[in-house]
Design a protein around this ligand. Structure first.
Ligand SMILES: [Cu+2]
Length: 122
């Protein structure tokens, strides 16, 4: 009987898991842990502004062949940052507090994005 991947599998297959994103476990789980998808393409974040509910996870997929990062701007009130994202790799971050979070790519400071986190509707 297949259940969640074991910790060993998670470690060894992390690349594959990241490539395929968060496993879907049904509509209820998705509603409780919504996932919003962003992409990095042609040296830009898409969408540039993404509005989500608190508790949501954002995944950024680098569609470029070049390295990028997802790094919070100084003074954005929260600190998160990916390590170097090689082409086709994924970074994810869960936003639990409402606010406006600005970020950029540390290699290409002209690449900017905003995550707007709204209070969660209950
Ligand atoms: Cu970049």
């Amino acid at each position: 009987m297949r259940r969640y991947a074991s910790p060993v599998l998670l470690v060894t297959a992390m690349g594959a898991l990241l490539a395929f994103g968060t496993p879907r476990t049904g509509a209820q789980a998705l509603a409780r842990h919504p996932v919003a998808r962003a992409t990095i393409k042609n040296y830009a974040f898409h969408p540039m502004t993404l509005t989500i509910a608190a508790g949501s996870t954002v995944t950024w997929t680098n569609m470029d062949p070049d390295n990028h990062t997802v790094t919070t701007d100084p003074g954005s009130g929260v600190h998160f940052g990916s390590s170097t994202l090689a082409g086709h790799s994924v970074f994810k971050h869960t936003f639990n507090k409402p606010g406006v979070y600005r970020y950029h790519c540390s290699f290409h400071p002209f690449m900017n994005g905003v995550i707007r986190v709204k209070k969660r509707a209950t």
